[in-house]
Design a protein around this ligand. Structure first.
Ligand code: PLP
Length: 391
């Protein structure tokens, strides 16, 4: 593979590429040798609506706006996208800020929390991931944080499981009233599809309110339908102060991020924050994001009926399979984690799946299955047959 040789020589990467991509369509990707794979990675929550989704791609083809919009000028579709995001976001989240992707959206959230509360500390889940900038790395997983610990010095971690004990620990930390924000993915794709129970989330929000800490929900990966609702936060009785969006907001076609917050927090950020983003909400990306939000709202019922039906099917099939290693299955909508508690075995299963025409996402000691939300039954059935054959 000439491309791979060039990449090895000239392109920095921590992974050996699993396949060299030539094209993608619907629930399938094709490599340069012409081999077709069922895609259960979907760009890791980027292509939620299927690759080459006609309604979304049409927005790119019809785009007639300017090549670029200078951040300090006005550009009408920015207002339209912000209005649409406010119309689908939970609670009082009405004010959007422009970003190029997920990490920048989370950075904006951290900045907003600092300037709004005047505090300096953060609390996050141990082992979590919120992006690849120094700020986002330093609030997340402790292993990464060791390398960056001087940057955001007051980051505290809560171990899973998310139970009474975790709530006690959170309260002890928030009581000091120096925590600007508690940040987590409402359903954590990065922790093997960790689904907190509803009571934990309600109590967490209560604690945050009681001690003046902002509640930040990172929906970069789990947002835009992955869990069977537009936002995973909607599964819980909570009203986050901030949500971070990215990945699938660009319809699997272009990159974009957004931080959406309340009027009050937004005002603090406008007054004291640093908001410049040269390519944040690039005109073409904005058109695609508008088309994506319209696609989700227009097809909401059909899309989520499919997610619910497929979710039941995946749950039934996965729980009946005979695994070489005992597996625990976490599933909400089409966010699916199968944990074997064994990294080597997980990698082996992923490699076997790939050889048989299915790509999946190994993660630590397990595997994530991330199908398109509009996947057809026959494709899911074939993929699960391959998975069953590979375990
Ligand atoms: C939960 C979460 N937040 C933030 C990010 C960072 O997004 P990006 O890679 O677009 O900067 C990721 C990326 O995987 C993520 O999973």
């Amino acid at each position: 593979m000439a491309g791979t040789r060039l990449e090895t020589k000239y392109l920095g990467s921590s992974e050996t590429p699993e396949l060299q991509l030539s094209r993608a369509q619907g629930s399938f990707v094709f490599d340069t040798a012409g081999r077709k794979y069922i895609d259960f990675v979907m760009g890791w929550c980027v292509g939620n609506f299927g690759w080459g989704n006609p309604e979304i791609v049409r927005a790119v083809q019809r785009f007639a706006g300017p090549d670029y919009a200078y951040p300090e000028w006005s550009y009408a579709p920015w207002g339209e996208l912000a209005r649409l995001l406010a119309s689908i976001a939970p609670g009082k989240l009405t004010k959007s800020f422009r970003a190029t992707g997920g990490s920048e959206a989370v950075e904006l959230a951290l900045q907003a929390a600092l300037v709004h509360t005047g505090r300096r500390a953060f609390v996050a889940l141990e082992g979590s991931y919120h992006g690849n900038t120094l700020g986002t790395l330093s609030i997340a997983d402790s292993e990464n944080r060791k390398k960056y610990e001087n940057l955001l010095p007051f980051c505290h971690k809560i171990d899973t499981p998310l139970d009474e004990k975790a709530l006690d620990k959170i309260e002890t930390r928030l009581k000091r009233r120096d925590v600007a924000a508690f940040i987590m993915e409402p359903v954590s794709m990065n922790l093997g599809v960790l689904i907190p129970d509803a009571l934990f989330m309600t109590q967490l929000q209560k604690l945050c309110r009681r001690y003046g800490t902002l509640l930040v929900m990172d929906e970069v990966a789990c947002g835009f339908g992955r869990t069977g609702k537009i936002f995973a936060s909607e599964h819980f009785d909570i009203e986050p102060d901030i949500m971070c969006l990215g990945k699938a907001i660009g319809g699997g076609v272009l990159g974009l991020g957004a931080m959406i917050t309340t009027e009050a927090v937004g005002q603090s950020l406008e007054e004291d924050g640093s908001l410049w983003s040269t390519f944040g909400w690039h005109p073409r990306s904005v058109d695609v994001a508008i088309a994506t939000v319209r696609y989700v709202t227009r097809h909401q019922k059909k899309l989520f009926d499919n997610v619910a039906r497929m979710s039941d099917y995946f749950r039934a099939r996965l729980s009946q399979m005979e695994y070489e290693n005992p597996a625990s299955i976490n599933i909400l909508g089409l966010a699916i984690g199968v944990d074997f508690d064994d990294e080597d075995y997980a990698n082996k299963v992923a490699a076997r799946c790939r050889r048989k025409g299915l790509v999946v996402a190994p993660q630590d000691t397990g595997i994530l299955l991330i199908p398109a939300l509009n996947i057809e039954y026959e494709v899911a059935e074939k993929a699960l047959d391959i998975f069953e054959d590979s375990i």
